[in-house]
Design a protein around this ligand. Structure first.
Ligand code: ATP
Length: 323
């Protein structure tokens, strides 16, 4: 291969810039040309390509977001859209595509490869950490630390006023941020999509906490947990415990932003390097990942289909340590 293109797609995540930088510099160091494609698959369709050299990616390793911008492209889901995308790849002599994003983006890359044969490699960039084939995804560590710091601040006010706080963190399908930030902040209870919870269990936990003399508590709730939305949870709890002073905090998009943590910068650098090396070695339709500190490659359909299991030990630990 002589020319690679790189894009960021789907939800943005801190560390995507470090990954772009690693792709561009690794490619250049091997004598390959590199194009950045703006706004995910939309940029492929509209021909928004920019030639990138080592200086194009200076001073971005510490920046959140993505300099290439990200997008959700409904047009790329149509054969006509992908046809335009391939025409633009041909025009720029693109031999391979590095796609930084989540499983939706990988599905797009897989379909594109199957239709046109262009080698593709996925780099897992999403704060949710829900992708199979890697211990961590780019952005997860930063998001986790952002959530932890925010919940620490909420704890200060919860303690001062003897309040119960329900704090919502991101994770529509996965509870990694909730479980880990919950343990790190000493949450009384943690509600995640992977686990069946009931209101009775939650109330039981509150009763136990009252008994042991806890005067304030935090319940960390993943967006996608199954008991109902966080405001309904708070209301039902208030109905059951009229003496509780209950508040709700939704952390929202602050979890996506900010300067990437050291772990995310290193992970993104390793994966960006691994993506280009994989392509040069002839790999395609795989996702690069890091497991036990080693670069590995997983067939992209496996990365899309399978999911990382939540750590059962951590679930148990969170219960034991909460009281
Ligand atoms: P995150 O998990 O952070 O939301 P993601 O990569 O899963 O990231 P999606 O919005 O699901 O985000 O997917 C990103 C883009 O990938 C879509 O907007 C679309 O352009 C492309 N894509 C997803 N599924 C397909 C598909 N079946 N065929 C073609 N393209 C697809």
């Amino acid at each position: 291969i002589k020319t690679v293109a790189v894009l960021t797609s789907g939800g943005d995540a801190p560390g995507m810039n470090a990954a772009i930088r690693a792709v561009v510099r690794t490619a250049n160091s091997l004598g390959l040309e590199c194009y950045g494609v703006r706004e995910g698959y939309n940029g492929l369709i509209h021909g928004d390509f920019t030639k990138m050299g080592p200086r194009s990616v200076k001073n971005i390793i510490n920046e959140g977001g993505t300099i290439l911008k990200s997008a959700r492209s409904s047009e790329f889901k149509t054969p006509e859209g992908r046809d335009k995308a391939f025409e633009n790849c041909k025009k720029h002599n693109i031999d391979a595509l590095v796609c930084i994003g989540g499983d939706g983006s990988f599905t797009g890359a897989k379909v594109f490869n199957e239709e046109y044969g262009l080698p593709v490699i996925g780099v897992p960039g999403t704060i949710d950490n829900d992708i199979f084939g890697t211990d961590n995804t780019i952005g997860y560590d930063t998001a986790l630390n952002t959530a932890m710091e925010a919940i620490d601040k909420i704890r200060d006010t919860a303690t001062s006023h003897n309040r119960v706080f329900f704090v919502e963190v991101m994770g529509r399908d996965a509870g990694f941020i909730a479980l880990n930030s919950g343990i790190a902040t000493g949450a009384l209870d943690i509600l995640i999509p992977e686990q069946k919870d009931s209101m009775e269990e939650l109330f039981g936990t509150f009763r136990k906490a009252e008994k042991v003399g806890k005067s304030s508590s935090i319940v960390v709730v993943a967006e996608g947990e199954k008991l109902g939305n966080i405001y309904d949870l708070a209301k039902a709890t208030k109905d059951e415990f009229p003496n509780f002073d209950i508040r709700v905090a939704v952390l929202g998009h602050i979890q996506r932003g900010g300067s990437p943590s050291c772990a995310d910068r290193v992970l993104a650098s390793k994966m960006g390097y691994g993506a280009v090396m994989g392509l040069v070695e002839g790999k395609s339709k795989v996702m690069v990942g890091v497991k036990s500190n080693r670069l590995i490659y997983t067939p992209i359909e496996e990365a899309i289909k399978k999911h990382n299991e939540i750590d059962k030990d951590l679930l148990k630990i969170s219960e034991i340590l909460a009281m």
